[in-house]
Design a protein around this ligand. Structure first.
Ligand SMILES: [Zn+2]
Length: 263
């Protein structure tokens, strides 16, 4: 069983107390934690200058009957899911795929949340950073974190959830997608939607020299400057335009990136 103090001691080793940090975390990876997700959130807030986590809400997504080609959407097949969509509201919980910790961060009275109907972030001490997000530029807050010499923390998770790599893909001019979301004022178009992240762990060896790695209970914690994530992603895509794509035969978004490069 990990106690709150074990978390504090571990996170303090990362020396992020004056840094803005985009954190991704799996509570389960830590095994038993006294106080659960709330303990984890308090420890993150106590040891980091600012904490931002993704609170994405995929259940707002809807698909029109037709749209851009090579967009990794089967427009006719997707129609059946539209009736399940719910309009975004700022109090909508983060998708269960995000894990428990971002949702607990979002519920803190000190936390603010950005307003993207699919790709919102919640954060503490990060109000101005979160305000930079727009429909067209969903990862603008991560660029702000990079400009402020911020860091990425992967707490019991790997680079396949490292959102900063999506920002770098966009900076590398990799194909982005268009998605749509239901809001209280109707359906809105959300350009700049990212590709698939299943192949992102391929970046780990080049990031390792810039990464602080510590073991806490059963979890591995990795932290690195977000700028290094951006630089190494840009390098990888420059060397090989297909870098970091996954090799699943049925991956529609990676197939669309490959198709786009043929032109
Ligand atoms: Zn893929």
């Amino acid at each position: 069983m990990l106690e709150y103090n074990d978390l504090i001691l571990a996170f303090q080793e990362l020396k992020l107390n004056d840094k803005a940090v985009i954190a991704h975390a799996s509570l389960r990876a830590f095994g038993q934690v006294a106080g659960g997700a709330d303990s984890m959130v308090t420890a993150l807030m106590y040891t980091m200058g600012a904490v931002i986590m993704p609170t994405h809400t995929y259940k707002t997504m809807v698909t029109p009957a037709s749209g851009p080609a090579n967009n990794a959407v089967n427009y006719s097949r997707a129609q059946q899911w539209n009736r399940l969509a719910e309009p975004f509201d700022p109090n909508m919980p983060a998708d269960v795929m995000m894990g428990l910790i971002p949702e607990h961060l979002r519920q803190r009275p000190q936390a603010k949340r950005s307003m993207h109907p699919i790709l919102s972030f919640a954060g503490v001490n990060a109000a101005k950073t979160l305000q930079t997000q727009t429909l067209e530029n969903p990862f603008a807050p991560l660029m702000e974190v990079a400009n402020a010499d911020g860091w990425v923390a992967l707490l019991g998770v790997d680079h396949t959830v490292n959102t900063a790599i999506h920002l770098a893909e966009k900076l590398a001019k990799r194909k982005q997608f268009t998605r749509w979301a239901l809001t209280e004022s109707g359906t809105v178009t959300c350009p700049g939607f990212p590709g698939c992240s299943a192949g992102f762990e391929a970046l780990e060896p080049t990031l390792r020299p810039h990464t602080i790695t510590i073991q806490t209970g059963s979890a591995t914690i990795r932290a690195m400057p977000i700028r290094m994530v951006i630089v190494k992603t840009l390098d990888a895509i420059k060397k090989d335009p297909l870098a970091l794509l996954c090799d699943r035969a049925d991956c529609e978004r990676c197939a669309a990136v490959r198709e786009g490069l043929k032109g």
